[in-house]
Design a protein around this ligand. Structure first.
Ligand code: IFM
Length: 449
């Protein structure tokens, strides 16, 4: 039996646009994801978050379900356009009330609320003024954070500013496959910088209000390995690591952007003059923890003809490594590598795994239950990997499984199921999968390997 530290926090995670639905309820404004998903051809099957898991109306039952599993913390995001339908200005009290009820409901069941301020549903009104590519959005973000701090700051112990700036930045502004659907590298770098600036401003405001909780950020990180030991592949892997990891860690934890990446980006898009002199000290305002979203490793080879000088190598299925139903390799040892590397390179910052999970298609069988044995094995492997990191001295404080329930998987719509709870969308019935019971037992008894 592997025992985790006594105060280790076991949680589940979701985000607003992926589960809430009720897209027009109680004065909620339009978000960039409403606009994107309603644009024909951008989301598989024409799916939208209009109804999603109808969590906005069913949150009490969802909290009961979490409580029945013994979940200790619930990471959710707040929909900025519910609080500020135009992105700025007067608070929409009805929108804020929803989150007050949610937080009260969680606390009543002894579940710690963990709020993500931004999980990609930017108010469309701000996008109309340039969105994250406009420096002003960082200041509007801090204003929005301030409203939430004042309303919920004494009740919520864990806060995260921005979820996955790499995804929001590059998928949304360079590859155009996420909202707002832009396709320009320079714009994406400006957007990412302004997300960091918003993060720094929001952390500073958190401190100024003297809130009792902890604040951090939740980047997605990719353990990265060279395809071969050749100097060219090693150099390519180092740069790719800069692209996915160091660009997102160094500013926050070291107060600087990595120079090799500054040089590379400057070569591609011109001077990064959206980075102002005083920004980096603010962005590096000390955080209480680093969130880590982990899903995949990246194997990198040199490829001078590629945009940035490397290629992502997709290992053949014959390598024998099991995969999720999205084809992602299941590589729990890479989570241990990643956590150890964070400690080695960035010091003893407390870490929460703020997301980890997998898409498996399993649905109800003849007995009406969902026997998602592959997700159980997936969790088992990753929990053990986290335990190994703790044994190696990593200051890992908790683990949030992605996701509490099946939900709107962005451009892939409802076709992908990451949940521990199966959602039957036509009836909105929730069915806990075997993996949900597995998590319950790990929380209760420890990890039996
Ligand atoms: O569903 C997403 C989530 O919104 C952000 N991290 C990755 C998950 C699975 O793709």
């Amino acid at each position: 039996m592997m025992q985790f530290p006594r105060d280790f926090l076991w949680g589940v995670a979701t985000s607003s646009y992926q589960i809430e639905g009720a897209a027009r309820a109680d004065g909620r404004g339009e978000s960039i994801w409403d606009r994107f998903s309603h644009t024909p051809g951008l989301v598989e099957n024409g799916d939208t978050g209009d109804v999603a898991c109808d969590h906005y109306n069913r949150y009490r039952d969802d909290i009961d379900l979490m409580a029945s599993l013994g979940v200790q913390a619930y990471r959710f995001s707040v929909a900025w356009p519910r609080i500020l339908p135009e992105g700025t200005g007067a608070v929409n009290a009805k929108g804020l009330d929803f989150y007050k009820r949610l937080v009260d409901g969680l606390l009543a069941k002894g579940i710690k609320p963990a709020i993500t301020l931004y999980h990609w549903d930017l108010p469309q009104a701000l996008q109309d003024r340039g969105g994250w590519a406009n420096r002003d959005t960082a200041f509007r973000f801090a204003e929005y954070a301030d409203h939430l701090y004042r309303a919920l700051g004494d009740q919520v112990p864990i806060w995260m500013t921005i979820n996955e700036p790499w995804v929001a930045g590059f998928l949304g502004h360079w590859w155009g496959v996420h909202a707002p659907g832009l396709k320009d590298l320079r714009t994406s770098l400006a957007a990412i910088h302004h997300m960091f600036l918003g993060h720094g401003l929001a952390v500073r405001q958190f401190r100024q209000l003297g809130l009792p909780g902890q604040v951090g950020i939740a980047p997605n990180l990719f353990p990265t390995y060279p395809e071969t030991d050749s100097p060219a592949d090693q150099a390519a892997a180092r740069l790719s690591d800069g692209f996915t990891n160091r660009w997102f860690l160094d500013p926050v934890l070291r107060g600087s952007y990595p120079q090799d990446m500054v040089d590379l980006y400057t070569d591609r898009v011109g001077a990064l003059d959206f980075i102002h002199d005083d920004d980096l000290p603010l962005i590096a305002s000390p955080i209480d923890f680093l969130g880590v979203n982990f899903y995949e490793r990246r194997i990198i080879g040199a490829e001078p003809l590629h945009d940035l000088g490397w290629k992502v190598v997709h290992p053949p299925v014959s390598n024998g490594i099991p995969r999720t139903d999205l084809g992602w390799e299941i590589v729990p040892w890479c989570l241990t590598d990643l956590l150890k590397r964070l400690k080695a390179d960035y010091g003893d910052v407390p870490i929460y795994i703020t997301e980890n999970g997998a898409h498996f298609t399993d649905g109800p069988g003849a007995d009406g239950q969902v026997h998602d044995v592959r997700r159980v094995a997936f969790l088992q492997g990753h929990f053990a990997a986290a335990h190994r990191a703790i044994a190696a001295g990593v200051n890992l404080k908790g683990y949030f499984c992605w996701s509490f329930m099946d939900n709107f998987e962005w451009a892939m719509g409802y076709s992908k199921r990451f949940g521990l709870i199966y959602v039957d969308y036509p009836t909105q019935r929730r069915i806990p999968k075997d993996s949900a019971f597995f998590l319950r037992d790990v929380i209760r008894y420890g990890l039996n390997l």
